[in-house]
Design a binder for this molecule. Structure first.
Ligand SMILES: NC(=O)c1ccc[n+]([C@@H]2O[C@H](COP(=O)([O-])OP(=O)(O)OC[C@H]3O[C@@H](n4cnc5c(N)ncnc54)[C@H](O)[C@@H]3O)[C@@H](O)[C@H]2O)c1
Ligand SMILES: N[C@@H](CCO)C(=O)O
Ligand code: NA
Length: 439
């Protein structure tokens, strides 16, 4: 068989990792794919040209014009690893229109423009591989789209941003400050070009919207996700959660309920005995609950050059194997047949149901707790556990931590507003969500 010829748009962290894997495992990959996969061209920014030439030893044609790479006659497949919305979107659409399959690690692009990109691919009978876009090296797209295809997926919950998990781990284990930990993640090549995407939960929500589409057969709907990051999390809440037997992780959660779909990213308390609570550093994990299989857990490196390159190359092998096969019988991009993707209600966050961690700073005098519990009872919120800290010397306020049973967010919002209006409570009340992830 003739080799499949690849054009790389970008030769940075992920492009470099992809190149190295294809070089090192060339022969074994060819034995799997049924044909050789060779990079013929790459495009980089002018300032990266020299580094790219060094990396590739002058063996491929380098350019600063990605359009030229897309259109080149010796490029059969386009691999977009440059990031950002433009020119990435135009280039990807152009490649598809030329009938060239695309592989991308760009979850931001797919979260916002995936519906259009997949429709264009379908129209031109070509594939778009995006395993690298979600949880890096973990084959979670493949697992959901193929391995779990028998199931009605009920929910999934994932640690799907390596940078924020790395930061939370460094802060907890090494006592490192937030910005130092972020700088380290950037130096290691984990962070996005704009790291606010990582720490504000946006990158996790990009990935979650792709996972939810595949899990539930709905369009990609990033704009409906509720997004909260880790920047407001305090060391004391992490500590109190631990005292109560919980770890705090930035989770992306997609859940089917009778009333609609919950789609949310936020710091979440998880019982420390759960495997996923012990996923640390840059590692990612996705817990998927299907009606037939029960809970399954996928764990591995969610970022970094070769782990992400591993997913890119796997998609290239899929493309090499599939080229020439009937497009109608390929695995659909979003797992469900394109005409079977349906819009379902995505619930506003006020309508989600979960358990909560509340921390109040209260004046240490009799009757305060009674007032708080009365307010909670009025909203039908019951308390699962409570922790009251001794006031620090010279302090007249104490921290009171409450864990609630499952309640609707709207009721919690109302209760918090009323609690904050009490004279004996120093606002604001800290509210974190808690998931038991049991079934
Ligand atoms: N770094 C990771 O661990 C990781 C993991 C999963 C997904 N991703 C995604 O992979 C993509 C690439 O990330 P990265 O970390 O490798 O980035 P990077 O900054 O290391 O590399 C980007 C590359 O693209 C090139 N490039 C950018 N804009 C260009 C333009 N207009 N024309 C020509 N070349 C251009 C740059 O020269 C560079 O070679 C992003 O979409 C990112 O979200 C990254
Ligand atoms: N910035 C992302 C890269 C992997 O998508 C992360 O930290 O998880
Ligand atoms: Na993946």
């Amino acid at each position: 068989m003739t080799p499949i010829r690849v054009g790389l748009l970008g030769l940075g962290i992920v492009g470099g990792g992809t190149w190295q894997i294809l070089e090192r495992n060339r022969e074994e990959i060819a034995r799997r794919a049924g044909r050789e996969i060779v990079v013929t061209r790459a495009a980089v920014r002018p300032q990266d040209l020299e580094r790219a030439a060094l990396k590739t030893g002058g063996r491929i044609q380098l350019s600063t014009d990605p359009l030229q790479v897309v259109e080149a006659g010796d490029v059969d497949v386009v691999v977009e690893l440059m990031g950002g919305y433009e020119p990435a979107k135009t280039l990807v659409l152009h490649a598809l229109e030329l009938g060239k399959p695309v592989v991308t690690a760009n979850k931001a692009l797919l979260a916002l423009h995936g519906n259009e990109i997949f429709a264009t691919a379908l129209q031109h009978g070509v594939m778009v591989g995006f395993e690298a876009a979600v949880a890096g090296g973990i084959p979670i797209i493949k697992a959901l789209r193929e391995g779990l295809t028998a199931n009605r997926i009920q929910w999934l919950a994932g640690i799907i941003n390596g940078t924020s998990n790395f930061i939370l781990t460094q802060m907890r284990d090494q006592g490192m400050g937030f910005s130092e930990a972020l700088q380290q993640a950037q130096a290691l090549g984990y962070a996005e070009a704009d790291p606010t995407f990582d720490v504000e939960g946006v990158d996790a929500a990009h990935k979650l919207s792709l996972l939810a589409a595949i899990a539930f057969g709905i369009p990609v709907q990033f704009e409906r996700a509720h997004v909260e990051g880790i920047t407001k999390l305090t060391a004391e809440d992490i500590r109190y959660a631990e005292e109560l037997g919980y770890r705090i992780k930035l989770l992306g959660i997609a859940k089917r309920t009778a009333r609609g779909i919950e789609l949310r990213v936020h710091p979440t308390l998880i019982p420390e005995r759960r495997l996923i609570a012990n996923v640390d550093g840059v590692m990612n994990a996705v817990l998927v609950h299907g009606d037939a299989v029960g809970s399954t857990l996928y764990y591995g490196a969610g970022a970094g050059a070769e782990p992400t390159g591993s997913a890119v190359v796997a998609d290239l092998v899929d493309i090499a194997r599939m080229t020439g096969s009937d497009p109608g019988h390929r695995v659909p991009h979003l797992a469900f047949q394109p005409d079977q993707v349906r819009n379902e209600v995505v619930l506003p966050v006020a309508e989600i149901e979960t358990a909560y961690y509340l921390r109040l700073r209260a004046t240490d005098r009799p009757g305060v707790l009674a007032e708080v519990t009365r307010i909670l009872a009025q909203q039908n919120i019951s308390i699962e556990a409570m922790l009251q800290k001794e006031p620090a010397a010279g302090e007249e306020r104490v921290d009171v931590i409450m864990l609630t049973h499952v309640a609707q967010e709207r009721a919690i919002d109302a209760a918090i507003a009323e609690i904050e209006s009490l004279e004996s409570i120093a606002a604001p009340v800290v509210r974190l969500r808690l998931e038991t992830l049991s079934s």
